[in-house]
Design a protein around this ligand. Structure first.
Ligand code: ZN
Ligand code: ZN
Length: 358
């Protein structure tokens, strides 16, 4: 059985549990997960017996055949029109839809033409829940993605100069990453020098990097799976304030990683991070959550924040990335991609976390 087929079987069990006859999937990553199809236009009807019909347009006639092992319907017009005729043909009654993914326009289109005895039911997050725990082929892709990402940083750091701009250095990272086999960055590479590192999601600018701290947050896609890593480097001799803050964030990151094991809630790991930063008087400078799941998307459930009560399980891949941000001074974040194991976790990211001066 292909990975996609066994995922469809698992997803179909969820339909049975929820009393749905079919599920209309419009999230492209969810369609990719259940079929292997990577095109930019697709919908999937999954039925409670595990069968499925994928809908796409004529541009993907060949590609869909190569990538998927379920039935493919090539729609000449709107995908929703073909979906509706399939629903009519099969006399499907209860149809779940991804209320967090389906556009209002597509929802209206389906609703208006729904067969008389059929009904629509919101079923958000169903496939995302399954996606949290990765299978062997997914973990393999994530490992390769992480390895490429770390090698790309090393290769780029070997060429970095303080007179380069943030944008130059970000371009160097992206170039190295693609040369090493990445499909593309898993998000826009962040390179933030000096006080600009206090912006957690800084866009690389056109000023020279200069002396002082530099924050680099980067990720790669390999085999459609993401990696994510943040590292700091310091150009010149690091001052005492930087060293203190760096050690506090590193201690926090290690404490959080130590707390990652099956059965623990996402929120509990976040609590450990906040408690550790508090010991250093820095908890108020930590303005985001401790981490997030990643896979086909760079941000996936679970979210390692205060409110996420989901329990961690073996096979999940998450980031651990505490940080402190001080306006006018700068920000420090350290981020690894980690894999939940039966007893704890494995840090996938091989890049050193020693305080680095260049
Ligand atoms: Zn990141
Ligand atoms: Zn991240």
């Amino acid at each position: 059985m292909s990975p996609a087929e066994s995922r469809r079987r698992k997803a179909a069990e969820q339909l049975v549990e929820r009393g749905l006859d079919a599920l209309l999937l419009s999230g492209l990553q969810n369609v990719r997960y259940l079929t292997g199809f990577t095109g930019s236009n697709a919908m999937l009807l999954l039925y409670r017996d595990g069968e499925a019909d994928m809908f796409t347009d004529p541009r993907y006639t060949v590609q869909s055949k190569q990538q998927t092992d379920c039935r493919v319907r090539i729609a000449k017009g709107k995908l929703t029109t073909s979906v509706l005729s399939e629903l009519r043909r099969r006399r499907v009654r209860k149809v779940g839809f991804e209320s967090d993914r389906l556009t209002v326009a597509d929802l209206e289109a389906v609703k208006n033409e729904l067969p008389p005895r059929a009904s629509l039911e919101p079923a958000p997050g169903l496939i995302e829940n399954l996606r949290m725990v990765k299978d062997a082929s997914e973990i393999d892709s994530i490992r390769k993605s992480v390895a490429i990402n770390s090698k790309a940083l090393d290769a780029a750091l070997a060429r970095v100069r303080t007179r380069m701009t943030e944008a130059d250095f970000a371009a160097e990272i992206d170039y190295r990453s693609r040369r090493l086999g990445a499909q593309r960055p898993s998000f826009e590479t962040i390179v933030a020098a000096g006080a600009r590192s206090a912006l957690p999601h800084a866009r690389p600018g056109d000023a020279p990097i200069g002396a002082g701290m530099l924050l680099i947050d980067m990720g790669a896609f390999y085999g459609d799976y993401a990696s994510d890593m943040t590292r700091m480097v310091y150009f010149g001799k690091a001052n005492a304030r930087y060293k203190r803050a760096y050690r506090a964030v590193l201690e926090t990151q290690l404490a959080a990683i130590d707390a990652v094991k099956p059965g623990v809630t996402a929120a509990a790991v976040d609590r450990v991070a906040r408690r550790t930063l508090k010991l250093h008087g820095l908890e108020r400078a930590f303005v985001h959550s401790t981490g997030h799941g990643l896979g086909l998307e760079i941000h996936e459930p679970p979210r390692l924040g205060r409110r996420d009560k989901s329990r961690l399980e073996a096979g999940m891949t998450i980031t651990i990335e505490p940080g402190v941000y001080i306006e006018g001074w700068g920000g420090i974040r350290i981020e690894d991609t980690v894999l939940l194991t039966a007893t704890g976790c494995e840090i996938l990211t091989p890049t050193t976390k020693e305080l680095r001066e260049l």
